[in-house]
Ligand binder design. Sequence first.
Ligand code: C2G
Length: 130
Amino acid sequence: MKKVITYGTYDLLHQGHINLLRRAKELGDYLIVGVTSDSFDRERGKLNVRNNVLERVEAVKNTGYADEIVIEDYVGQKIDDIQKYDVDIFAIGSDWVGKFDYLNEYCDVVYLPRTQGISSTMLRSKSQKV
Ligand code: C2G
């Protein structure tokens, strides 16, 4: 069984996230999705996340693509998860190209095409104007 893992915040879940999860799932048989904790997002400078971790987990669950959801809470967890869950492929959007090449030591790293024209940042700024 080929296991795939991907990570993200998934704030205000949108079509870009859904496309990413679908493509990640298609790479293997079993998809693990790491959803960032609220404190980890604050730590890495994401200060304007609207949905809390429970809401974001629920949204990812509702896409139907995740076989398992874990919470990402610290720097270095990706390596621990890949080893713990015996992951074959780490997948992430192309906005991260090159940034996760260091994981090649532990599994295959695949950068998937990012969906153009939609982002959580765009949705947050739109909802501020309403
Ligand atoms: N994404 C996408 N197309 C968009 C927006 C996002 O394909 N229009 C992808 C991102 O490339 C990422 C995933 O959706 O693979 C989740 O994106 P975010 O919620 O913005 O999370 P991010 O900050 O990229 O998390 O440990 C966390 C991860 O390293 C990155």
